[in-house]
Design a protein. Sequence first.
Length: 269
Amino acid sequence: MKFQLKRLWFQILTFFSVNLGAIGLRTGFCYPLFYCHACPAATSACPLRAMEKSVYKGSSALDQLLYPILILGFFGTVTGRAICGWACPIGLLQRATSGPARKLKNYSIVKKLGRYRFEPYLRYTKYFMLIGFVFITAAYFGFMFTDICPIGVLTGTIPIIILEPYKFVPSSFFWPAIAIFILFIILIFIIERGWCRYFCPIGAFLAPFNKVSMLHIDVDQEKCVHCNLCAIECPMGIDVANMYRDPECILCGKCVNVCPRDAIAYGRF
Ligand code: SF4
Ligand code: SF4
Ligand code: SF4
């Protein structure tokens, strides 16, 4: 079976495994990926929600904070950001929308942004989301990222409205969250993996682990002829031939498959 097809099957299987609550299986653990615990079918809890609640308005529930950090840290240390490329349902969703995003590439904002040097700096927005909205505003103002989270609308609010409407109670952030959700949908159709590149706090948490993770992507400079096929194929817009343990890499392996010189491979340790 072709490698990218295997990855697709793995993503689909993970999607079902994060929804085992539909058959009554709830683990009490946190996901190491992005999915809303409010989904009626959720198997586990959202790690961002657990982090926010642990610092909410000055609370110092360190056990609650350690829990998602250890789970994300474990996967980050072993596989880097492979959770994004292989397991996260929001990654799967963006894989599905990558076709239109690629077609629009020549006309889209990303091409215009790419002409300017600040595009790489936009990618730091996700770190701001993690530190600013998940920790600081939750701790000092009680305003949490998950109050306006578009993934929460997609995987929590919408399934509740459809499956259990009698349980739905709109929060005071309902309409801002809907507006952000609409922007999220537009974003993932016009920029390939736009949410993962610029905004996802879980991606921000996992990204630095690429620098030290046991599993990573290696490029053999001696074999490379700089044909640029890998960069064209890369869903995260990385200059693959010149990268070294790039924090943006989601270890999807598309560059490995496309390189005509076999210059790219998964490295271990
Ligand atoms: S960056 Fe976030 S949304 Fe994207 S695949 Fe990773 S965890 Fe999921
Ligand atoms: S596809 Fe292979 S040969 Fe071409 S630029 Fe990338 S690493 Fe180099
Ligand atoms: S560098 Fe290769 S493995 Fe990493 S995101 Fe790009 S295509 Fe996927």
